[in-house]
Design a binder for this molecule. Sequence first.
Ligand SMILES: Nc1ncnc2c1ncn2[C@@H]1O[C@H](COP(=O)(O)OP(=O)(O)O)[C@@H](O)[C@H]1O
Ligand SMILES: CC(C)(COP(=O)(O)O)[C@@H](O)C(=O)NCCC(=O)O
Length: 730
Amino acid sequence: MAGLNGDPFLGIDDNIEKLQYNNNSKEAIDKEGLVVGIGEDSSNNKNNNQGGEKDMAGNSIHRSGSRPQLDLSKAEIQGNSEERDPTILLPNQTDDISHLALDIGGSLIKLVYFSRHEDQSVDDKRKKTVKERLGISNGNRRNFPVLGGRLHFVKFETSKLNECLDFISSKQLHRGGIDSHHWNSEASANENAVIKATGGGAYKFADLFKERLGVSIDKEDEMDCLVAGANFLLKAIRHEAFTHMEGHKEFVQIDHNDLFPYLLVNIGSGVSIIKVDGDGKFQRVSGTNVGGGTYWGLGRLLTKCNSFDELLELSQRGDNRTIDMLVGDIYGGMDYSKIGLSASTIASSFGKAISDKKELQDYRPEDISLSLLRMISYNIGQISYLNALRFGLKRIFFGGFFIRGHAYTMDTISFAVHFWSKGEAQAMFLRHEGFLGAVGAFMSYQKHGLDDLMVHHLVERFPMGAPYTGGKIHGPPLGDLNEKISWMEKFVLKGTEITAPVPMAPPGTTGLGGFEVPSSRGATLRSDASALNVGVLHLVPTLEVFPLLADPKMYEPNTIDLSDHKELEYWFTVLSGHLPDLVDKAVASEGGTDDAKRRGDAFARAFSAHLARLMEEPAAYGKLGLANLLELREECLREFQFLDAYRSIKQRENEASLAVLPDLLLELDHMDEETRLLTLIEGVLAANIFDWGSRACVDLYHKGTIIEIYRMSRNKMQRPWRGLKMQYGF
Ligand SMILES: Nc1ncnc2c1ncn2[C@@H]1O[C@H](COP(=O)(O)OP(=O)(O)O)[C@@H](O)[C@H]1O
Ligand SMILES: CC(C)(COP(=O)(O)O)[C@@H](O)C(=O)NCCC(=O)O
């Protein structure tokens, strides 16, 4: 019933099936692990960036294409390959392994770093033995370890560079991470490490990195990186792009064969506008100095805000009409319909301040913030459209941290694009908005094979719970989920108690294309990552996903789409109702100790909070299908260290099955070939039907083990077609 787990060492094609022993109808379904094989021949890896057009002024950047990075050739397990968690020797590995890339911008430092999967050690011995027994081979795949792990996304303010350096140092990221001994025990001793970095800070702070961390910065061109990052994310991450109009978010599945050309608008401190024609083929066609830095800088001066988020939060309670001059203010309350302007259209941002005999302090900071935000967002949307028009482009992707997943910002940009293009062009946003450059810099490492990754090769997971340690449940408030680092990591640094459930954000929309007052008033802004909806990307070097499908990249494994609210409500009720039972099983799987009970309790609270959040905002963690929801639950269980909630049940089942196996085999041996085959098929189907989790099956299950149920029902299962089969001789 349960498939083999992926084997990161062997890279064998392998199905991860998870049987859900659940108490609810419809609930127990198989989930296919989304899996990847990034261990293809790394020598074939192309550096997408190398062919980049260098037609931007003055950019002559050295790209260190010849420097080897994670070279996996001739890798082998050191010592006994049967031992748990064995060390892997990478004999051809140079000392400068690096799993970290940076984008050091005018406002923020973005970090993308790689950590190896922890779960690779789980029961490797058993898997190998089973694989050997079954004679499963690697086929023509390479017979050495592939890089399985996670891509993390972290950001810091550039003004707090020291925090960033401390973070890198505490995790030894510049030396391949604290788990680097798995890969190369000498790596940590390396003093000649080089890390890839892009953005202006790669130049400005290179000496500081050398001084503080002893690492050299290998500079990558910012535009190259933005484009490489955007192309990669659009190709490799399911539902990376989405539209946002009048508060409504819709994920867009990009067809890789029809991605280019597009316009990329990166709204960082300033704005770069790039026409992208292919991998490494692009041209920076425009830009504007009125960008994110303008909103934050001017906003800070005008409102005395202490943080960008505070400024954004203020805008949510603002009314721009007190400060913006509207068409109606000029036209005596009338529309100027001849040119299509309604009375409520803003004629001149901040224009009212000319005639009002008011001073700065007479205006509400909330109104100032909203007016400023609208002015800048609208302006960028309009300039972007004009550039799209120049080149006949219909699709405009917006990135950069100015957007910050903020509904009003996105609605305003979308409105401007839609309005001026008369619906011809479309504004789309990227979930990893601010990380494009950093991802691109990460991609520029040559030999990790990431540039071969395609759709389904990365599985995105969200930190779902709080870590447990020392007999107490710790963790930051759920609202701070993954602001900088995963919950588990955060705990190590901060270790605060769980104090609150996930705070509910208002339906953060503005209505009417961003011109009116936002409907979301008095609410707090979501913490960074939960607003950004950026999870950790997992690379699982095992299978191709359903390689026989005509177009595996476009395959949607979710048959139940939870963006339908009724469907979501149904599953919310099912999962909530099932929670106590699941907790009981999870606690039992860990021996029913007090410690397990506390973790079970914390898991229930955390998962309930996530469910509540998803009810409020179904797209909070990206496009939501039932398979994703069940995976979120698994992830949450794992974070509370329940590796397999159904462990004790499986144990019981295995014991029961093994006890009757000799008899069953004997019985099968005595059958003629046809009956044997039929019986075997029936047996497999019986188990599979149980897997479907119908209420009737589940009720039956409570009365005994699967094998007993099967035995009981087998005699009653003489199907009419069986007689027919004999009658007609097939
Ligand atoms: N926590 C934050 N601190 C500062 N600015 C932020 C923050 N979150 C979002 N921003 C916005 O993001 C902009 C920076 O975006 P980013 O894409 O990181 O560009 P850069 O590479 O110039 O730093 C800032 O100018 C500001 O408008
Ligand atoms: C200089 C920059 C590329 C730096 O990138 P950033 O740190 O803002 O992300 C960007 O700020 C920009 O494109 N500014 C606009 C300059 C102009 O075209 O007017």
